[in-house]
Design a binder for this molecule. Structure first.
Ligand code: ZN
Length: 280
């Protein structure tokens, strides 16, 4: 057994002191720490930053990201993170508040009033590129970030092609969703979204809204009412019963899938859409 000499022990502890006292200068062996607001950003951060990175998603599994509340340890983790990736515009005010104090360590990825940008694969590819740029700034010695972002972009372009081809030739184009999470997706693949609840998934829809949706379902021969994993399915079921439609899962991927990842959840969504819309 090799015993370290006194001299090397002294060097080790000197190194430890240096590491503990230097906050701004990152050593080559330090793990990059990234705090993110919602699962799809975690997925991108892990893919772009690679194995060594320490990624904290402040939305726990099976929880809803809208208006997420932070624990005190999450507040500390965000304050200490090398990089904070979040979607602004009121999606997660608690995260935005901390991000405002974090200066250029925090990056707002929002691109409009709709926070659900990850449901269009090419927008998530843009997020990957921005993440790589930011990681290069944090850790200039690691040259792998751009390459990993590029690989991810190719996979996302492939996914976009599958959606484009899979939703091209369909009998119907209206999708009834639990909340208006699929606007970006609908816009890019030529669908029309009818949301039971609004963009922020807040509050019970009014009886008038439910009647309106039921009316649209009849008018446009909608056959499937989509529910999601994190919201109770009762409203979708009520409308389905009233109109003779059936229900199916369409996952807005707002938290980590129980099985698989972003790509498998998106492909399940494509299958559910093709089936519900009668696509060939
Ligand atoms: Zn949402």
């Amino acid at each position: 057994v090799h015993k370290p000499s006194r001299a090397s022990l002294a060097l080790l502890s000197a190194g430890a002191v240096l590491a503990a006292t230097s906050c701004s200068a990152r050593g080559a062996s330090d793990e990059v720490s990234i705090a993110v607001g919602v699962y799809p950003l975690e997925f991108v951060a892990r893919r772009v930053a690679g194995e060594g990175a320490d990624v904290l998603n402040v939305t726990p599994p099976a929880a809803e990201p809208h208006d997420v509340e932070l624990t005190s340890s999450q507040v500390v983790s965000i304050a200490e993170a090398d990089l904070i990736l979040y979607i602004g515009g009121g999606f997660q005010p608690a995260v935005e508040k901390l991000a405002a104090e974090a200066g250029d360590r925090a990056v707002d990825l929002s691109i409009g009033p709709d926070p659900h940008l990850w449901l269009y694969p090419l927008q998530l590819a843009d997020v990957a590129r921005v993440t790589a740029d930011q990681l290069e700034r944090v850790d200039p010695e690691d040259s792998g970030f751009a390459l990993q972002a590029d690989r991810l972009r190719h996979e996302l372009q492939q996914l976009d092609q599958e959606f484009r081809a899979g939703l091209e030739d369909c009998e119907r184009r209206d999708i009834v969703t639990s909340h208006e999470a699929f606007g970006v997706l609908a816009e890019h693949y030529g669908l029309r979204q009818i949301g039971i609840a609004g963009l922020d998934a807040e509050g019970e829809p009014s009886p008038q809204r439910l009647a309106e949706v039921a009316e649209l379902v009849r008018e446009r021969d909608v056959e499937v009412i989509y529910f999601e994993r994190l919201l109770p399915p009762d409203l979708a079921e009520t409308i389905a019963e009233e109109t003779g439609a059936r229900t199916a899962l369409l996952d807005p991927i707002e938290s980590e899938p129980e099985e698989g990842d972003y790509f498998s959840a998106m492909r399940d969504n494509l299958d559910a859409l093709r089936e519900g819309l009668g696509c060939r």
